[in-house]
Structures are given as structure tokens and as C-alpha cells.
Design a protein. Structure first.
Lengths: 159, 484
């Protein structure tokens, strides 16, 4: 019976923190905006609407990073890159090293503060890029070096 | 040659020119300034012409252009996937053609090299040189001068398909005409006020107005449909007149030639044709028709989807026959597809009812509760029946198969498509599971490729089947990640 196992490596231990912060910011902005609107009497909501929002947003901010940390995994072998992402829905992506075109290392401002980085691997297919988010910066650097070395070893235009 | 660029720039600036002329004459003054509106595009066209140069070396093609900002575009010859020759009516009168070279840079940027207004013979020779890499001594040629007439076209192409005008009967069955008709009706709607005023007195119009809505509405609808049908047929002939699909005797490239006013000749490198898509929108499917697009790298994906068409609307037998010849193997078109199981059928029903069925049922209940007359139940009942039929059909057409060198995928009811993708054109895999699919043990398996739609999806297939399919289709890739 054919079944895909999970990729070998989890992402950084600080990834849940990054995701929590990332999820909190929009929620906070919404709260501030609604409070201001309430103060200015433009838009008011009953107390139970606020409670509902607090419960839902709170549940999301607390639960999503933990679930995501369990799901997000990555693996890179001599011949392929394999990742698993998502939290409610799941996505597993496999790309062969022989068809890799570029390897990108990205750090947003939040990632840089936390010492994290994202690695993006693109293939000739517009639908094929593989993104490994929230890796430890040194792990990401090493991964980029490995991938570049392996991709260079293969000749051809990878289309 | 000199004429084409200025004329084209004039066409592009047409609204501005007309505006300038009208404004100028309305002013009544004999103002020389509004001739600037004409002079400017002409000057622009001239600079394009005078500053464009191209060169084909043994390894690449270079295009230099621009007056204020010089631009040099280079493309290595072995990255060239497609060459398209387009001739608008202006080009045709002057015996010219526009060359567009497509490369396989699909993922990041769809680069295309465009050379406007070459003599047709020279354009064809260039195409031969680019695609077949014949050792043609084209050297450095001014975009203006007449180059040596090198005919590197192989003699005797094998013709695979020519247009039969009777196929235009399929055109009204698609939505192409309806869109144009709706646009036209919308445009004319602006004038209804004046139309009504002018018809006010006539007896015929008064009689027409007195007819009940029950007669006028279907009559109006019929009118729009008729208009749509006429426009669809006209559009079909405009695009596909003289359609000819051929393959050169060496089997190295496919040529598609078509067009009534603007003629297009598209050449596809055989090596870069990774499969075919047989499109059968519902109307065509019921009439046993279809059309085919080639899955090829190097053609722009967005917008103009008809660019890779190799069979226009035609009987499905003809379309299937052409596909078999292009693929070199008749089995992918005829093979029976593996269905996706009871869970997939269940999902077809729930999805159909979630979007159509339950709202229709809710409307019926609401009508019953409000006690409305029976005529009003007709529409929601129709929708309910349609939802059920859609669910049945969507499951029936869902399937996949791995046969020979090809992966065959079929899905959708309204825009039914049978995708036949070459296995060595598959780059990687994506396995997607929504929350509900995880609970049902299903997934979407996506084969990513650099050609055509970039991703071909096997929908709602059981997870183990998907993994086994991925492993079989591209050996050695998925194996290392299988659970022991």
C-alpha cells in the first residue's frame, strides 16, 4: 500500500512564535479599528459580538501555530526536495533536483529579528515553486548551499 | 516596410488622432497643432523602424531597438520553443509579417522576442533557421533591407487537418458568441431611449408593448441567443478561416496556419509539445464536438488561450484522430479511465448541492411557506434537477489513467477537458488535501510541468491511488519518500 511518509525535518523551534506574532498583528489592528469606531460612535457592536470575536481570534492565535508546527516539515535529498505545509488543509510538494532553476533565501523584518529565514526553490513550472518557511537562518544558509551545489551538478536548461 | 510602423502607430493612437482632428475642426480655426496628433505617431513609427536591428548568430538571436533607451534582447537559440508569424490586413497588403519568438522561460518570466514587419519570405526563412537550426547565413540584416530569400522550409509538409466550413455549426453551442452578443446588447442599450422615442407613434410598436411579459421575455432571450449564434459563427470564421495543421516531413515541428483578416502561422517544436488537451464544453459535448489545444512550452499562458489551438471546433472523431497522430499513440485518447471511487462520488454530490441544490430547495420551501402560485416553483425546481444532473455527470467524467508514455486526466462537466500529458514532461508533484478531503481519504494530485497550464490536476482521487500513480508515472522521484 503506497503511502507518503512525512518529511524528515521540522522547521525552526521559534517558528510558532513567528506565526503567533504574524497572526496577532491583523487581529490587533482589527480590534483597534473597531474600538476607535466604537468610541467615535460610527460602528458599535453588542458585548457578545466582542466576546465571540475574542474567543475565535484567541483560539486561532493559540492553536494555529502549534498545529502548523506539527505539520510543516521539509527534506532535501540528493535527487529531490520534499515539503509538507498547511494546518487545516495539507499540501505536500516534491520537486526533482534536476529541474530546479533557482534557489532563493529570504528574510522579512520579523524573520530577521527572530533569526529565521525562508528558502524558495523554483522549477521551470510556474506552479512548481517550493517554499520552506521559518527555518533557522543557519540551517537555511546551509540548505541553500547544498541545493545550489546539487542543482549545478546537473546540466541542461531544466525545462 | 517603411509604411507599416507608422500605420500601426496611427492605429494605436487612433482615438487620440480622431479626437484631435474633431476638436480642431470644431474649433473652426485652421490650427496647425492638431496635425501634431498625426505627425507624432508617424514619427514614432519611423523611429521604431529606423532603430530596430536583428542578428542571428550560431548560438543566439539578438534584437536591438530604441532611440532614447537602447534595448538589446538576446535569446539563446536552444531556448526557442515556438515561432509565430502574424499578418494583420495591413501587413498582408504590404507582403509583410510579424515574428514572435517564444522561449521556455515559463516559470519566472515569459520572455518573447518580437520583430515587426519583415518580408514574409524572410520571416519564414528566419523561422526555419530558429526552429531547425539550419546553418543559414543570415548575418546582420537591417530591419529595412530585403535579405536573401533563403528557403529552408522542407518541401512537402504532411497535412494533418484542414478546416471544413461545416464545422461552424459547433460555434453557436459555446458561450463565445453569447459574450459578444451581451456586450453588443449592452452597448445598444444606451440608445434604447432614443429608439423608443422614434418608434412611439407606430402601431406595431404599441401592439408589441401590450404583449405580456411572459411572451416578451422569452422572445427577447431568443433574440439575444440568435445574435449570439450569428456572432459566434462569424467569430469562428474570422479566427479559423483556412485552418491548416501540418507537420514537416522530418517530424521536427508542427505548423498551424489560420485566420481570415489577420493570418497567423504558428510553429511548434515537436520536442516541446508535451501532450494535448481535448476541450469539450457542455454544448459541444452534447453535439459530439470538441476542440484541441497542444500542451507546449513557450507560449504565453495568460489571456489568449486559443494560441495553442491545433484543432478548432470540430467533430470529436476528427479531434481525437488528430490527437492520436500528434501523440503518436492512439491509446491515450481511447483508454477507459479509472474512476475515483464512492467517496469521490459523494463529494461531487455534496459540492453540487452546497452551491446549487440547497439554495434552490430553500427557495422552494420559502415559496411554499409563503403560498405563492405554482408557476414560481418552476425555476428553483429546474435548478434542483440541474444540480442533480451536474453531480451525476461530474462523477461520470472524472477519471485518470497511465498508459504508455502519457498521463491522462479528465474532469469537470461544464468545461470538460481530457488532458494527455507526457510523463517526461512532468516536473514535480503536489498533493493537496483540504480538511474535508482528509476525512474522506481523498486528495488532489497535481502534476507540475513547464508546458500548457503548468499544472494538471487529478481531482478527488483516493490517497493511496494518488501516491501509487505519482510513483508509477515518474519512477525514482517519489519512491524515496514512501513509508517503509
Amino acid at each position: 500500500m503506497a503511502e507518503l511518509r512525512a518529511p524528515a525535518h521540522p522547521v525552526s523551534r521559534r517558528a510558532p512564535l513567528a506565526w503567533t506574532i504574524g497572526a496577532s498583528i491583523p487581529a490587533l489592528i482589527v480590534v483597534v479599528a473597531l474600538v476607535v469606531a466604537g468610541i467615535l460612535d460610527v460602528l458599535t457592536f453588542p458585548w457578545w459580538a466582542w466576546l465571540l470575536y475574542a474567543v475565535l481570534a484567541g483560539a486561532y492565535i493559540v492553536a494555529m501555530p502549534r498545529i502548523r508546527y506539527r505539520v510543516h516539515r521539509w527534506e532535501s535529498t540528493e535527487t529531490a526536495v520534499y515539503t509538507q505545509t498547511g494546518w487545516l488543509s495539507r499540501e505536500q510538494r516534491i520537486a526533482p533536483m534536476s529541474r530546479v532553476q533557482t534557489v532563493d533565501f529570504e528574510q522579512g523584518p520579523l524573520s530577521r529579528l527572530l533569526g529565521l529565514a525562508d528558502v524558495t526553490v523554483t522549477t521551470a513550472s510556474a506552479a512548481g515553486p517550493i517554499r520552506i518557511q521559518a527555518l533557522d537562518a543557519d540551517v537555511a544558509t546551509r540548505l541553500v548551499e547544498d541545493l545550489t551545489r546539487r542543482a549545478e551538478a546537473d546540466l541542461g536548461d531544466a525545462t | 516596410m517603411l509604411l507599416v510602423h507608422p500605420v500601426h502607430e496611427l492605429v494605436r493612437f487612433f482615438p487620440l488622432v480622431i479626437g484631435a482632428l474633431v476638436f480642431g475642426s470644431a474649433q473652426g480655426r485652421n490650427d496647425p497643432w492638431h496635425w501634431l496628433g498625426v505627425a507624432f505617431p508617424v514619427a514614432l513609427g519611423l523611429t521604431h523602424y529606423l532603430t530596430s536591428r536583428y542578428r542571428i548568430t550560431p548560438t543566439q538571436i539578438e534584437l536591438q531597438r530604441g532611440l532614447l533607451s537602447r534595448q538589446v534582447l538576446t535569446t539563446p537559440l536552444d531556448r526557442i520553443r515556438t515561432v509565430e508569424l502574424t499578418s494583420t490586413p495591413v501587413h498582408r497588403i504590404l507582403g509583410l509579417s510579424r515574428v514572435v519568438v517564444g522561449t521556455g522561460g515559463g516559470g519566472r518570466e515569459a520572455k518573447k522576442l518580437e520583430l515587426d514587419a519583415l518580408p514574409v519570405v524572410q520571416a519564414r526563412a528566419m523561422r526555419g533557421a530558429l526552429l531547425h537550426r539550419v546553418e543559414a547565413r543570415l548575418g546582420e540584416v537591417d530591419a529595412g533591407a530585403d535579405g536573401p530569400a533563403q528557403s529552408s522550409r522542407p518541401t512537402g509538409d504532411e497535412v494533418l487537418l484542414t478546416l471544413d466550413p461545416r464545422w461552424a455549426r459547433y460555434a453557436p453551442l459555446t458561450t463565445s458568441g453569447l459574450v459578444a452578443a451581451a456586450a453588443l446588447v449592452g452597448f445598444l442599450g444606451q440608445f434604447t431611449g432614443r429608439l423608443v422615442d422614434s418608434l412611439e407613434g407606430s402601431s406595431g410598436f404599441d401592439r408589441a408593448r401590450s404583449l405580456s411579459l411572459l411572451v416578451l421575455a422569452p422572445a427577447g432571450l431568443f433574440g439575444v441567443l440568435l445574435l449570439g449564434a450569428v456572432l459566434a459563427v462569424a467569430g469562428y470564421f474570422l479566427t479559423n478561416w483556412g485552418f491548416r495543421l501540418s507537420r514537416d516531413t522530418a517530424g521536427q515541428s508542427f505548423q498551424v496556419r489560420r485566420g481570415l483578416l489577420t493570418t497567423t502561422e504558428l510553429s511548434l517544436d515537436t520536442e516541446r509539445v508535451h501532450g494535448v488537451e481535448l476541450h469539450q464544453p457542455l454544448g459541444l459535448r452534447l453535439a459530439r464536438g470538441g476542440c484541441v489545444e497542444a500542451i507546449v512550452t513557450g507560449l504565453r499562458k495568460q489571456g489568449e488561450s486559443r494560441r495553442s489551438a491545433i484543432v478548432p471546433f470540430a467533430p470529436v472523431g476528427v479531434a481525437t484522430g488528430v490527437c492520436s497522430v500528434v501523440l503518436g499513440d492512439p491509446t491515450p485518447m481511447n483508454v477507459l479511465l479509472t474512476p475515483h471511487g464512492p467517496k469521490a462520488r459523494q463529494r461531487r454530490w455534496t459540492r453540487s448541492f452546497n452551491s446549487l441544490g440547497w439554495p434552490a430547495a430553500a427557495i422552494i420551501v420559502a415559496l411554499a411557506w409563503a403560498g405563492w402560485a405554482w408557476q414560481w416553483y418552476a425555476a428553483p425546481l429546474l435548478i434542483l434537477v440541474a444540480a442533480a444532473l451536474l453531480a451525476v455527470d461530474r462523477y461520470r467524467v472524472l477519471g485518470h489513467a497511465l498508459v504508455g508514455d502519457y498521463l491522462v486526466v479528465r474532469a469537470h462537466s461544464l468545461r470538460n477537458r481530457r488532458d494527455v500529458l507526457a510523463r517526461d514532461g512532468i516536473i514535480g508533484w503536489t498533493l493537496r488535501q483540504s480538511f474535508f478531503q482528509r476525512r474522506a481519504g481523498l486528495c488532489h494530485l497535481v502534476a507540475t510541468t513547464s508546458a500548457g497550464k503548468q499544472a494538471y490536476v487529478v481531482r478527488d482521487v483516493p490517497l493511496e491511488q494518488a501516491v501509487a500513480l505519482a510513483d508509477d508515472a515518474v519512477p525514482g522521484l517519489v519512491e524515496q519518500f514512501l513509508a517503509a
